[in-house]
Write a new protein. Sequence first.
Length: 203
Amino acid sequence: MPVSLVIFDAFGTLLKIREGFHPYRKIIRLGIEQGRRPGSRDSQDLLTNPLDLREAAEHFGIRVEPSMMLQLESDLKSELASIEAYCDGVSAVKKLQSAGLSVVVCSNLAKPYASAIERLYPYLDGYTYSFAVGAVKPSVEIYHHALSSVSATPNEACMIGDSQIFDCDTPEILGIQGFYLDRNGDAGYATLDLFAEAILLTR
């Protein structure tokens, strides 16, 4: 069956962060300074719950002084503003949608970062975020959500991203064609333009 849906990973694939302040990581470090032992589920909790910085601190029981919280929120704002779209991401999405394919993003991320995706790619056909779904890649639920957002079946879809496991191997287990993006050109596709052109040639 011809591909009618293309699922993209977000960061490292469609977008890049120019300045990384890592404010959520800093909150976890504050907890360590206060004697809190990091939990094995800390990262997953941040990615599967719609938490802003204040809510994250409360969720983990970490005390953050008001002045520090204001600084962290300022850092997050600067980090979000520094996020840029890869030029080949913009052009690949445009080519695919112009040819009639649906395009969906599927990403593990904390809630505030969704705003950058929607600012830089405002016309996607669907947005699947781990914090909204309550599941992270490579969980089955998040891929199914990406499919259902445009009423597609696995054999109608393909996915590309910069993680061999999350964006290629696991989708293929579910029946979704998986493709690897390697911007170094060592394996897979070196650019999203090349990927889009290859997909369109199969239609």
